[in-house]
Design a protein around this ligand. Structure first.
Ligand code: SAM
Ligand code: SF4
Length: 472
């Protein structure tokens, strides 16, 4: 593990823009044979180089694009089966000293009512989320001097402290906050956060500078090395991302992959997750209404498919920024985690006065409830098993250890059955009658598909005991 200077100075960017441009140029107009060779390699689930990813993204032949989607589906199914992790974001604060040109929370947006939840208010939000059936939360914060590591750590303790009736408890708290120094990250590690998430927004320095107008976030290198510092502090599940719409999406995908490679080289493990938010309209941001690099749905789907092939064992996260139908398409080509029933204003889950579309951080494309999302996952042409399993995290199987296990078929063997049990728990404790009926049919079908009779019996017994009230 490389020691990362706390101040972020004396460090150089490992994003070599000249190299990315020259590789993008070289990848232009690829021959079909080259695309197919790369797809053959991708099927081995060993990942792709940034250049190979660029070749797939530069392809313009529609038939070959379909082959890219099919290969991504095959790789996704092979590793993750039909398991899908569900979570909800919990916005803790929207006070922010930064001026990110794309974000409704930017300091210049004088029309936004600023709010920072107290411990009591956080607990109220968590109670509501637990009563809906959520088990995993992503806490989201603006950047402000008063949100220091001690304060953020307390908000995490607040969340973990709430246990409602039935199986209600939050089992994994992930964090999306401004980058901290190593000591700050240690404090988050000590309170048991799951993944530390931070999106680099744009890997292209000039664009980065153009859209970050004031505040600490203007410091490209401080942000670029955030994942390294988190790893140094012991947080070995880190989540990267780029905000699509700011710059050339192919450049951003390559930036993400070079970032992942560097982490792997310096820290021994790449990112646990990658997110790819697309810019949505946001109050007080002209740029968000008119993003300079808008991708078509087809090209965005390709971004997701190519990421799946390039980093097969990294979780791909999709939020409610995208609409319901498109989310379904993206699930098929690679997404492994989705948020559902989201609100993006602090307090909006528990207090109807904050649950208004005009005050959220950005426009939400999928406003269905958790139960509705789950029902559609079961009913769809391709049914998915929603999972709230956090066993790996609870047993310390994180970072490099998790990645090694994932490569051995662990997700299919262990995560899927565990996920099935957490799904049963959801249906028993929180599912609507209709969802429960459909969900139980799906569970039965899944159990019937187990070839090993001992395993099938073990799981069937657990499911029966859960119906009688037993919980994990
Ligand atoms: N303040 C922290 C930061 O900037 O890293 C964390 C919270 S910030 C609200 C989380 C993410 O929201 C940002 O990293 C950015 O990618 C995304 N975001 C901001 N404005 C957006 C918009 N208009 N549409 C979609 N996503 C947006
Ligand atoms: Fe603040 Fe984050 Fe929004 Fe930027 S993206 S304005 S740092 S909340």
């Amino acid at each position: 593990m490389k020691n990362i200077n706390n101040s972020g100075h004396n460090l150089k960017s490992f994003i070599d823009e000249d190299l990315i441009w020259s590789e993008m140029e070289k990848a232009t107009n690829p021959e079909p044979a080259q695309v197919r060779d790369i797809l053959t390699k991708a099927k081995e689930r060993k990942g792709l180089t940034p250049f190979e990813a660029a070749v797939l993204l530069k392809n313009t032949d529609k038939d070959l694009d379909n082959e890219i989607f099919e290969t991504a589906m095959e790789v996704k199914r092979g590793i993750y089966g039909n398991r899908l992790v569900l979570f909800a974001p919990l916005y803790i604060s929207n006070e922010c000293v930064n001026q990110c040109a794309y974000c409704g929370f930017n300091a210049e947006n004088k029309d936004l009512n600023r709010r920072t939840l107290s411990s009591e208010e956080i607990r109220k939000e968590v109670e509501v989320l637990e009563k809906i059936g959520h088990k995993r939360l992503l806490l989201v914060y603006g950047e402000h001097p008063k949100y220091n590591a001690d304060w953020i750590a307390q908000t995490v303790r607040d969340v973990y402290s709430v246990t409602s009736d039935k199986s209600g408890e939050i089992r994994r708290v992930n964090i999306n906050c401004a980058p901290l120094d190593v000591d700050g990250f240690k404090k988050l590690h000590d309170v048991g956060i799951g993944t530390y998430q931070c999106f680099h927004e744009s890997y292209h320095q000039e664009t980065y500078k153009k859209v970050h107008l004031a505040g600490k976030k203007t410091d490209y290198l401080w942000r670029l090395y955030a994942m390294h510092r988190a790893q140094e502090a012991g947080i070995d599940d880190v989540g990267m991302g780029a905000l699509f719409g700011l710059f050339d999406p192919i450049f951003e995908v390559m930036g993400l992959l070079y970032h992942a490679k560097q982490l792997e080289k310096d820290c021994g493990v790449g990112p646990h997750t990658i997110s790819f938010p697309r810019i949505e309209p946001a109050q007080g941001s002209e740029l968000a209404f008119n993003p300079p690099y808008l991708s078509s749905n087809h090209n965005f789907k390709k971004v997701v498919a190519v990421l799946r092939l390039a980093v097969p064992y990294t979780g791909l996260i999709l939020t409610t920024r995208e609409n319901a139908d498109f989310r379904t398409e993206l699930l098929e080509v690679g997404v492994s985690q989705i948020s559902a029933g989201s609100r993006t204003y602090p307090g909006a889950y528990s207090d109807p006065q904050y649950d208004r579309p005009d005050v959220q951080q950005f426009c939400i494309g999928d406003s269905r409830s958790l139960d509705e999302v789950i029902r559609s996952l079961i009913e769809g042409e391709q049914s998915y098993v929603p999972s709230w399993c956090t066993a790996c995290y609870r047993l310390g199987r994180t970072g490099e250890h998790f990645m090694e296990l994932a490569k051995t078929g662990f997700i299919q063997k262990f995560c899927l059955p565990n996920g099935l049990l957490t799904f049963k728990e959801y249906l028993e404790d929180y599912g609507s009658e209709e969802t429960k009926k459909l969900g139980n049919e799906l569970i039965r079908k899944e159990l019937d598909s187990y070839a090993d009779p001992d395993r099938r019996k073990l799981l069937t017994d657990r499911v029966t005991r859960m119906e009688a009230g037993e919980r994990d």
